[in-house]
Design a protein around this ligand. Sequence first.
Ligand SMILES: [Zn+2]
Length: 145
Amino acid sequence: MPFIPVILWTDALIYLLLALIALFVWYVRGRPHLVAPWRRVAQSKSGMVAATVLAAYLMAGLLAQEGISTRVFNENAQGAMGEIPFTQAYPEVWVVEDAQFTRARGILNEFESSAPTATLTVCDRCGEQNPGNFELCWQCGEALS
Ligand SMILES: [Zn+2]
């Protein structure tokens, strides 16, 4: 009985997504002006600037559960990335009441320290720090141990 490989279209979309991510990483690697902001993102300690709009709303939701009002800014600025400075296109979560900022910061710190990204793995090849749940170095693609 001959072996006939079958690729489901949902699998094909996953492979396409992975290929696009790999292509994006490859594209960014060769351009220092694109690597620098991503490096800054990876090293940022600020919980008020989120990597994605989804993460911004996750933080806003987390704070809302604790009764802290927030506003998410720049949620629609992602499309302008490349046209305007990277740092200005980034989603931001702002605490409405100044008096609640310290408490909000504490809640986010607690969340960040319990997340799988709290630990960092240093790449053996390039020395880049990667979130603990990464299997490949985001900078050079080397397998992380
Ligand atoms: Zn690396």
